[in-house]
Design a protein around this ligand. Structure first.
Ligand SMILES: NC(=O)C1=CN([C@@H]2O[C@H](COP(=O)(O)OP(=O)(O)OC[C@H]3O[C@@H](n4cnc5c(N)ncnc54)[C@H](O)[C@@H]3O)[C@@H](O)[C@H]2O)[C@@H](O)CC1
Length: 552
């Protein structure tokens, strides 16, 4: 029997709108408020299960249509959908029991694999209801489920929802592995629907412990969108996310973040302008530390990208060893000797924006250059982007030059200061390990923003941005962008955007830079495929995205 999905591909129009994201604690608070106003908790489970069963009925059709007859009708009779529901001990399992009950009533052939015994009052009620129906139940530990899990159309994963708080182990880990293994063997015929969130994914952080989580085709998200569905590991487990709204409203909760699908529109340039109208950006980096080949390419990528954003003037302060290649690649850029501090400081005074750190080097001399240029930029009241080795040095200065750090923090309250670490750089700034940052990316980037002020990006799958007291998750971007030089491209893009005061203030923001960068990367990936995405191809795509986003 073949299975036909009738689910429309993502509703593009709707998905372009920003989506409010919540923590699991907020979702519990939303539910509690509803219960406190006199509603019965079991009725919420009924709502959830009824809607999930209805969605399955509408969208997962187990009608065998191997071929059509001459009149274009299906050649065989419809047969019942075969469903296996995997339940855990909590209310997520309770949802599963009730879904089994409703689908059974509607004529599906349903069995339940009981991996955890119902431990809440509502889950026990739901279990009884399903048993009264005559739904077949297999306690997982007894192992007799096997025959009934092999030729099934649909698995409903109701092992864990937002209550997961540790790595699944023993029976749970085994059940999750089995679900994924069956899917691998029958990927065209078995659909996996997760209730609320794929079991094994932490709803607050998107983390999966040691790869142990259900890989769903669809995640039916209850009550409100959880942050953890859109960052980190979760992105490889959720499949298509479908919102299942329930009666409790989210009005009493401020979203913890906004999921953004696209950049804001840009305004067209006016005619009566000249290069001075579009800002002057200074890129500082591209050093050659003794004994190394150097990192001149970093500043070249930044410079090419800054020009692709339409910046009026651009100077690159890099090691003289790279000046000829810089001019060969970006002939419209001006060059400066990175080590000529007098000349670089003079340029800092003439520029609107200084992006510092890309390929700057990590040795003591580079640290001293960073310190001196940062100090000067702060004293001159300049907008700043600090990236790569600049972030490395910033962590060192946090101990060594407290006064400068305090000045920088005060500066960030009045001017634009954008920080763009990946988790390794963030960990160094937080005096911790990258794995700690990865375990709770939102907590990490929030604490960096609290400490240093300014706007912060934490790069990674579902990049997080904190800017103007809002948190954003970037829904664009792709794994092809995990390649050398992409960060340098982003810094150049950010510098070009920030330097142009002709652009609307709302579009000269770090989240806008991140979105434009990710959208350019997606366009590149569509053309080249994820394996061949390269930073050197990005400037052209950035230019195209700026064109695409510009309102005529
Ligand atoms: N009536 C309600 O409160 C409603 C709850 N809903 C569902 O309930 C879910 C939340 O329910 P719960 O708070 O009961 O949480 P879960 O059902 O996600 O599971 C929590 C239970 O699993 C245990 N647990 C956590 N991690 C474990 C691990 N690794 N190994 C073994 N046991 C583990 C916990 O100690 C707890 O007993 C939501 O995701 C949603 O599916 C929805 O139906 C809406 C209504």
């Amino acid at each position: 029997m073949s299975l036909r999905h009738t689910v429309d591909q993502e509703n593009k129009q709707q998905d372009r709108q920003p989506v409010a994201l919540y923590t699991p604690q907020q979702v519990y608070a939303i539910e509690k408020m509803w219960f406190d106003s006199g509603n019965v908790s079991y009725s919420l489970m009924q709502q959830a299960a009824w809607q999930i069963a209805h969605w399955v009925n509408q969208n997962i059709v187990a009608t065998a249509y191997p071929k059509l007859d001459e009149q274009g009708r299906p050649a065989v009779e419809s047969v019942a959908l075969k469903v296996c529901v995997w339940v855990g001990s909590g209310n997520n399992g309770g949802d599963g029991w009730l879904v089994a009950h409703y689908l059974n009533q509607w004529g599906a052939k349903v069995s339940v694999i009981e991996v955890g015994q119902a431990s809440t009052a509502d889950a026990s009620l739901a279990r009884n209801q399903a048993l009264q129906d005559g739904v077949v139940v297999y306690p997982f530990a007894e192992g007799q489920y096997k025959a009934d899990t092999t030729d099934v159309d649909l698995y409903i994963d109701a092992l864990f929802g937002i209550g997961l708080d540790r790595a699944p182990a023993n029976d749970y880990a085994e059940a999750i592995a089995l679900i994924n293994e069956h899917k691998r063997h029958r990927s065209d015929r078995l659909t996996i629907v997760s209730v609320d969130i794929p079991s094994g994914v932490l709803a607050g952080t998107g983390q999966v412990f040691t790869g142990c989580a259900v890989k769903a085709d669809f995640t039916l998200c209850l009550v409100a969108r959880k942050l953890g569905l859109h960052i980190k590991d979760a992105m490889d487990y959720c499949g298509q996310i479908v919102d299942i709204p329930l009666i409790p409203t989210v009005l009493n909760q401020t979203p913890v973040a906004w999921l953004q699908y696209q950049a804001a529109p840009l305004i067209e340039r006016e005619n009566n302008t000249h290069k001075g109208s579009f800002g002057h950006a200074l890129i500082i980096g591209g050093n050659q530390v003794d004994g190394s080949q150097g990192m001149g390419g970093a500043t070249i990528l930044s410079a090419m990208t800054a020009f692709a954003t339409g910046v009026g003037k651009l100077t690159v302060a890099c090691h003289t060893a790279f000046h000829s290649s810089l001019i060969g690649s970006v002939s419209n850029a001006m060059s400066l000797d990175l080590h000529n501090t007098k000349a670089v400081k003079a340029l800092i005074e003439q520029s609107e924006v200084i992006a510092i750190g890309m390929g700057l080097g990590r040795d003591d001399l580079s640290l001293r250059l960073f310190q001196e240029y940062l100090q000067h930029a702060v004293e001159q009241g300049k907008d700043l982007i600090i990236d790569a080795d600049g972030l490395y040095h910033l962590a060192t200065l946090a101990d060594k030059d407290v006064q400068l750090i305090e000045q920088l923090i005060a500066h960030a309250r009045l001017h634009q200061v954008w920080y763009t670490p990946h988790s390794g750089e963030a960990a160094r700034l937080l005096n911790t390990e990258a794995s700690e940052v990865e375990a709770d990316r939102l907590a990490a980037v929030s604490s960096l923003q609290r400490k240093y002020q300014g706007s912060w990006l934490l790069k990674g799958a579902g990049s997080l941005v904190i800017s103007n007291e809002q948190t954003y998750v970037c829904a664009a971007g792709n794994p092809g962008m995990a390649t050398a030089g992409m960060g340098d491209v982003l810094s150049g893009l950010a510098a070009g955007l920030l330097a142009q005061s002709t652009l609307a203030k709302s579009t000269r923001s770090l989240q806008q830079a991140v979105m434009l960068h990710a959208m350019a990367g997606d366009n590149l990936q569509r053309i080249k495929g994820a394996w061949a995405v390269q930073a050197s191809d990005m400037p052209q795509k950035v230019g195209e995205i700026f064109k695409q986003q510009t309102l005529a």
